[in-house]
Each structure stands twice: as C-alpha cells, then as structure tokens.
Design a protein around this ligand. Structure first.
Ligand SMILES: *Cc1c(COP(=O)(O)O)cnc(C)c1O
Length: 363
C-alpha cells in the first residue's frame, strides 16, 4: 500500500461529539456535551463581538494576552502556560511530542476518548486500566506501569463518570511513576468540584518536571465554541509544545473572550451555584424514580439503567428524544447501560426529570 498511514491511525474510531439534533424535532434541548448551562459571560460576548474589527490581523503567536490573563487569575508565571485550540489540542500535542512507536500510555477504563485517539495517532499503545466503581483505581494504574510507560492521562474529575480522585491519591499515583513518565492531569471540570480533598494539581505541576495540568474554557466558562484551553507545564515542556503547536493556534476573539471570562467572577460564581443546586436536585430525583447515579462532582450525571426490557438505556434515549431531549449515549466509553446527562438550564432540567419519571412509570 503506497499511502498507508502510520501504524495505529486506522485503529482510531473517529471521535463523535454529542448529538445536536433529533430528526423531526425543531428545537431540541441539547444536554449531550457538558456545555455551560448559563452560557458565556456577557463580558466575554462583548469582547468577542468587539474583536470583529481586528479580523484582518494575525493573533500574537504565543497567546500572550490570554497567558497573561490566566497567569494573573491563577497566580502563575505566564512562561509556564501554553494555550491551545481547546485543551484537546494540548492533550494531543503532548502525545505528538513525546510518544515513540510502541510507547505505552495509561488511562483508566472509562477515560476521555481523546487520550486513546492521541495515543494511536502516534503509534503508541493504549493501556486501559480497570476502574473500581467507575472511579480511577490508583493501585491498578500503578500495577500497569512498565518501563515503556511514557504518558499517564488522568482526567480528574473524570468524564463520563463524574467521579474524582482525592489529591492524596493523585500524589500517590505520581510518586509511583518514574521521572521519565509524564503525568497529565486533565482538570476540565475542576471549577465545578466542591470537595475539600480535591485539588486540580497546580502545585504538583509547579513542583515536578513530569507533571502537566490542562484546563478548558469549554465547560464552566461556557465558551466551547471558541475552542480555548490552557496547560500549566514544566519549562522544558513549554519549550517543546511551543515548537510543535500551530503558530497562531488561538484566535484573537478567543483570546479576548477568554480573558474577559476570567475576569467575570460573578458569572463563574453563578455557574457554580446553579450547578451545585441542580446536581443535587437531579441526583435525588433520578434516584427517587429507581435509577442509579453515582455522586458527581461535575456538571453532568452518569445515569445507569436496568437491563429489564422497556427500561434500558437505549430505550430511555429513544423516549427522551421523543420528548425533545438529547442526552449522551456512552457505549463508546464502555458504558452501554448508561446515559450521560449534562446539567442544563432550570427549565431543561425540569423537563428531563419529568420525562425520566414518565419513562420509568410507563408499562
Ligand atoms: C470537555 C473535556 C475537555 C475539554 O475539551 P476542549 O478541547 O477544551 O473543549 C477535556 N477533557 C475532558 C475530560 C473533557 O470532558
């Protein structure tokens, strides 16, 4: 074959995002992609609109404006921050930079699918480690480490399970890795977590040459459409990523909107309060009608359906779609009995509770 791609590429199942439409339904409610329930900050929208006048200009190449804003918001040296076209780009660039064919990459059984894609795209070997009760199992992760382990991706908290590892466990995982293994802490949902034993890993990334933390503007900040993420990285990793990333990977409107979003503390606080309130209400209501839900620290819930004919996840999905509600099927994550529900605006959440109750009550 003359144009065969690199080994691994054809083993990739293309990433499929959350559905956005239902045939025959005019205005479906999309609760399938963990997008921010309150939408973007009005300040971010204004900054984005104002940037239209500069559309003819190239952005500053290193996203200096956004790195400075992130540095100020989090008390970090901007030189240790690399911005990306979504954190997906940064998660992928790490694999592009560090994996040699045959290198092993660890992640947990129900981890974010981008890790597998980035691994296979670089002819790496994905090593999927069993979880315990849909939670990352550090002992199992450490048992899977070999001299070939180059990268460890840990989504903390994890999507689609909604569970998290206490910081002590993250440190124990790190302590069990060799210095030549890079630990990537994907903290996409960090802002939603209200747990005293949770830590996104900033100090760990600052103190160690083999720890990276990634963050996103796609979830709490409600800016998924602008594609903005950032990573806190060791100096040597910053140097590497700055060599291989696209020269202008974060657009001017995205940088300005991101910076404005960081400054709108009230909007972030409102988003957290809304999420905490509805996470509790929805969890209680869904358990109340006989379905199983793990405690989530994120802006989504993983709902587990019975095997009983008429009550399965596939049938629930179909029923919800008839009601104009789009949840996320997670069979591709190895969770065929589950649907993932993004916590949405109040009226959407009410509709989901009603529809699920009807589904469970029907004969
Ligand atoms: C949504 C999500 C991201 C963020 O992706 P972006 O590319 O920044 O939009 C990263 N990791 C996990 C686990 C996610 O669920």
């Amino acid at each position: 074959m003359s144009f065969a791609p690199k080994p691994g590429v054809l083993d990739i199942a293309p990433y499929v995002g959350g559905r956005a439409s239902i045939p025959g339904v005019t205005a479906p409610i999309k609760l399938s992609s963990n997008e921010g329930a309150l939408g973007p900050s009005p300040k971010a929208m204004a900054a984005y609109a104002a940037a239209a006048a500069d559309a003819s200009l190239y952005p500053e190449g290193s996203a200096e404006l956004l790195r400075a804003a992130v540095g100020e918001a989090f008390g970090l040296d901007p030189a240790r921050i690399v911005c990306g076209n979504g954190s997906d780009e940064l998660l992928t660039l790490l694999a592009n930079a560090y994996l040699r064919p045959g290198d092993e990459v660890l992640f947990s059984a129900h981890a974010f699918l981008v890790y597998r894609i980035a691994t296979l795209a670089n002819s790496g070997v994905p090593v999927s480690v069993p979880e315990k009760n849909r939670t990352v199992d550090v002992d199992a992760m450490l048992a899977a480490v070999t001299p070939k382990t180059k990268l460890v991706y840990l989504a903390n908290p994890n999507n689609p399970t909604g569970t998290y590892l206490p910081f002590d466990e993250v440190k124990r995982l790190h302590a069990g890795l060799r210095p030549g293994t890079l630990l990537v802490l994907d903290a996409a949902y960090a802002e939603f977590v209200r747990a005293n034993d949770y830590d996104a890993g900033i100090a760990l990334a600052l103190d160690h040459d083999n720890v990276v933390m990634t963050r996103t503007f796609s979830k709490i900040y409600g800016l998924a459409g602008l594609r903005i993420g950032w990573a806190l990285v060791p100096p040597a990793v910053a140097d590497v990523l700055n060599r291989i990333r696209m020269p202008f990977n974060v657009s001017i409107p995205a940088q300005r909107a991101g910076a404005a979003a960081l400054s709108d503390h009230d909007h972030v606080a409102a988003a957290v309060a809304h999420n905490t309130l509805w996470r509790d209400k929805l969890t209680t209501a869904i358990r109340g009608i006989g379905l199983k839900v793990d405690d989530s620290v994120c802006n989504f819930l993983l709902i587990r359906f019975p095997h009983e004919p008429g009550k399965t996840a596939v049938e629930a999905d179909r029923y919800l779609c008839e009601c104009g509600l789009i949840l996320r099927g997670v069979a591709s994550y190895g969770l065929p009995d589950c649907l993932r529900l993004t916590i949405g605006p109040a009226d959407a959440n009410q509709k989901v509770m009603t529809a699920l109750a009807e589904f469970m009550a029907r004969k």
